[in-house]
Ligand binder design. Sequence first.
Ligand code: ARG
Length: 427
Amino acid sequence: MPDSLARVSGQDPVDFPRTASYEADPEQVHRVLLLYSGGLDTSVLLKWIQDRYGAEVVCLTVNLGQPGEDYAVIEAKALALGARECHIVDARQEFAEQYLSPAIRANALYGGGYPLFTALGRPLIAKLAVEHARASGCDTIAHGCTGKGNDQVRIEATIATLAPELKVIAPVRSWQMGREEEVAYAREHGIPVKGGTEAAPYSIDDNLWGRSSEGRWIEDLEHAPEDDVFALVTRPELAPDEAEHVEVSFEGGMPVALNGERLGLVELIEGTAEIAARHGVGIIDHIEDRIVGLKVRDIYEAPAAAVLLPAHQELERLVCTIHQNQFKPELDRQWAFLVYAGLWWEPLRGDLDAYMERVNERVTGTIGMKLYKGHARVVTRSSPNAVYDASLASFAESGGLFSQTASPGFIELWSLQSRMAWRLRNS
Ligand code: ARG
């Protein structure tokens, strides 16, 4: 056992009793596909799996549009730490088209605020892990999630669903190394630790759709956000004094143009994020009910989602009837919960998608939004499918399709049961 681990008490992180069918016995582990980010946890993991299991490791790093990542550096690091192969996959297109598109159609927000970027990314990352594990002859998939989060649920549920023949190891869950032990282990094994080792950094996860920060003062609910947590969105107090108007055009529920310029979904999301971030739009300070029972606080930065989701929702409201508008938010909420909870492959999600797609066939048009110091507000709408007639809605006009003289009769019948019930209770 490495020195740094010998100092840590607790169960043996390799030889412990397994509870789930997909967890690997040590003797089943020969060649491991490791989901590798290049950070401290997964770099320690990369060495540790070779040491403790005597197994070969193949690394997989997935590009979901996380900004500022140097994949050549990650690949070189993986190979230097003994990986047999390192696969770098650019999955931005697939992420946008197969994961973010349905999320937009479902106006997907969990807990009223979280646009699910991590929750949407994990099933794709795990699906790619399955594909690459199979293609490179691995028997086991390893990931660096802890035992306290949602990500372990999303990744393992995906692997167990798509590849019952593959096993999973999640050493971070059982090795009981804290950050100090990990840094010590890294030092012993020649793993570069970037950015000093004094203050533990925020725990970050990010992709095209947003960025989350956890840990440090964020865990103190009475602590207001410190400025240094924001890496994507300009703090509203530093945003320009001039408001900016942006127009997003949709076809069939999908954003297709930004300020009149047709763009692919990845570029459109990136372009929207840039404008919104400049205006301080997309900061979410969120209390969240994790699926594993914990209540936690996250600081999110999701500038593109903070523009595209309200724009989509506004257009949907315009083209849908009162009955559709009453019904769909219930399904939207259910969709977001399933995805948050790691059940991307659950058939109910597909059933809900069928409804979302059907409704979104008519969601075509353009929404204008005003961005100003942290706020994004819808200010203009147009759609060929709007269930809206300005002459009917106008106060100035009467007659035509809408008969105001019919209203009293409507009110009499519409309120009938409520009036009867009132009388019974108050006589
Ligand atoms: N709370 C969010 C979620 O459950 C973000 C999680 C971020 N993950 C991470 N490993 N830092 O989806």
